[in-house]
Design a protein around this ligand. Structure first.
Ligand code: KG4
Ligand code: ZN
Length: 338
């Protein structure tokens, strides 16, 4: 891999992030999170793009300072073109274009989902990178899919959710329990003190490698409504057990299809990626399958799980080597296939 220095910019949802990569080694990875959305129980697109506008210059400046490089050492600028919230994507895209123009360096568009997966090739992501072909369960607040990764830029989605994403299920069920947004990490923490077998929730019966998560949300909602009618303090008194049981159910649903795919496609290289790959029960289930099924597993470091620019810079580096540059006329896109 070349040791070119590249700036990556990520602004697809509610995190403004900038990172500097040299070869596949991350020199800095800075993120500004947007606390404002907590008050609304979810990401408000207009507020997100305004916050990106406020954050982008300080975040990029900090990434350059922290990497201890001069601006003119940057060989190219990678940015998230999509998928994501259009207003948010536009801020990163416009900024990347102006900076590329002023530094007179190439611009490189990055697919956010590819980036979650290719984060596994960052130098300190794994002791050894995954071997092709590998399976990657890509689970975030917006996406849930099993991807067969045949090469860096040859990926096939073999199964995906037909409704809610797994992260969305964590967040929406958290809302039923009156937890803050995003509830995924809170449920993970509360589940540690709970009994995962305390409650049973419906699991979907889906064809092939597809998922569905709207049923479990409804199942939890009806169950809670029924119990709260009998005892108004039901949630408070059972919060740890509720979180542990919900988490167990979601992780079992995710793992069942991943195991089916690994078995049927005869692949033993298995990775996870995206925000939900930070979940401790999912990480443990992967570890169990390493021991039980002999999988070679790839679990991202925490800083490469939720949205970050390091993964954007990694993909930009791979594209830079291939001479895949983006026209200045290119615009952001809310939908962007793998
Ligand atoms: O990848 P990401 O940062 O943004 C998207 O591209 O969507 O993922 C955010 C999602 C949220 O739904 C959040 O609740 C979930 O990842 N998440 C978790 C955990 N950490 C983040 N879900 C379960 N357990 C966690 N520890
Ligand atoms: Zn993401």
């Amino acid at each position: 891999m070349s040791d070119s220095i590249i700036l990556g910019i990520e602004s697809s949802c509610d995190d403004t992030s900038a990172a500097i990569i040299k070869g596949n080694c991350i020199l800095s990875n800075i993120a500004a999170n947007q606390a404002i959305h907590k008050e609304y129980g979810g990401v408000v697109p207009e507020l997100a793009s305004r916050a990106h506008q406020q954050n982008i210059i300080p975040v990029v400046e900090k990434s350059i300072t922290k990497a201890n490089i001069q601006q003119n050492a940057i060989s190219a600028i990678g940015f998230t073109r999509g998928p994501g919230l259009l207003g948010s994507l536009l801020v990163g895209t416009s900024f990347a274009k102006s900076l590329a123009m002023s530094l007179n360096v190439p611009l490189i568009e990055v697919n956010h989902l590819q980036a979650h997966i290719l984060a596994h090739f960052i130098e300190d992501a794994n002791p050894m990178p995954p071997q092709f072909p590998f399976l990657c369960l890509t689970v975030s607040g917006g996406h849930t899919m099993i991807v067969l990764v045949k090469d860096y830029f040859d990926m096939e989605i073999i199964g995906k959710t037909i409704d809610d994403a797994a992260g969305e299920a964590f967040d929406k069920i958290g809302k039923i329990f009156d937890l803050d947004y995003p509830a995924g990490p809170i449920i993970d923490r509360l589940a540690k003190e709970g009994n995962p077998d305390a409650f049973t929730f419906n699991k979907p019966r889906m064809e092939n490698y597809d998922y569905s998560f709207s049923g479990i949300k409804t199942s939890v909602l009806y169950f809670i409504q029924k119990e709260v009618r009998k005892n108004p303090d039901f949630i408070k008194e059972n919060l740890n057990d509720l979180c542990a049981s919900v988490q167990r159910t979601i992780i079992e649903i995710l793992m069942a299809k991943l195991e089916k795919a690994a078995k049927e496609l005869n692949v033993k290289e298995v990775a996870i990626a995206g925000g939900v790959s930070a979940n401790s029960a999912l990480r443990q289930a992967m570890q169990d399958n390493h021991e039980k099924l002999g999988w070679n597993i790839y679990i991202p470091k925490f800083e490469y799980t939720t949205d970050n620019a390091a993964m954007i810079a990694m993909v930009a580096q791979l594209k830079y080597e291939r001479g895949e540059f983006t026209d200045m006329k290119t615009s952001a896109t809310a939908k962007y296939d793998l």
